[in-house]
Design a binder for this molecule. Sequence first.
Ligand code: 2P0
Length: 326
Amino acid sequence: MHLSNGFITARAHTNIALIKYWGKKNDDLIIPNNNSLSLTLDEFYTDTSVKFSNELSKDSIFLDDVDISNSTKIVNFLDIIREKASISEYAYVKSYNNVPTSAGLASSASGFAALAAAASKAAGLQLTSKELSKLARRGSGSATRSIFGGFAEWIKGNTDNDSYGVEIENPVTMDINMIAVVLNDQPKKISSRVGMKRSVETSPYYNAWVKQCEVDLIKAKTAIKENDFNTLGKISESNAMRMHALTMSAEPAFMYFNNDSIQVINSVKTLRENGVECYFTMDAGPNVKIICKSKDIKKIKAALTKTFNDEQIVVSKPGCGVQFIN
Ligand code: 2P0
């Protein structure tokens, strides 16, 4: 990437929630109904460069060299930064994703975390991690956690000021890897934003979800503290299935699973029956992510490559928090 002087560049990694965020109590400010907990991954990230300039008459935004300047989500986000920094210039934004965009691999998490860091610094703001996390949250909920490396928690809060991410453990001491099985890298039909809103408004199980997340979160944090991989894996898997139950119990019902997702889930169960410690989680798309220990990566890959290509299987270790790279 060749950029002229004056650009600020930040890199943020995606995160995958083990305790999921699914539903908002404030759509505008993106305040969630439950705390969530995630693992930041080193393999998937977004690099974003920003420069404000008085030569522009509107924001000029490129994602992977495609002009997306009419993205209201991003322009509105830049407006928040302009207001905070008391500036009026428009911005050049150049972003490169090392994540299949909108494939349920959380490109909006790394995208808005990188944009929050690069654009706020380019606008002259000096924000703490906590402030950056709150800012990233205004772009996309899951971005709140991508400011941090390792295990991170998004504390739901009630207002713009008390809803932000915190680091739970970074660097991670547990031997934990995440194998992403990329089953479809096309944008999804029902976005997370629309899907979670429909679940909040119509699933009869929604309140039970919020209550259960509180229980799951405590157990997950204890498992992290006690280096208890299996307990963390089990809770993550059941929490993911409970989230997906909200999509299937919504009106009209919808689901993110496809046939291949079910096949991977069954492979995980078979591997487990054969003594391999591994667990799955899924987000708002058909891709399945498998949590495992380093010693089992080979065995799991061997099982998956019977059905899927090597390129569809990406192994990731815990990643670091947002950083400036120029
Ligand atoms: C999560 N997901 O905790 C959950 C689990 C997907 C499934 O956060 O509306 O793109 O921008 O706040 O953050 C994806 O939703 O939604 C997400 P908005 P976002 O990672």
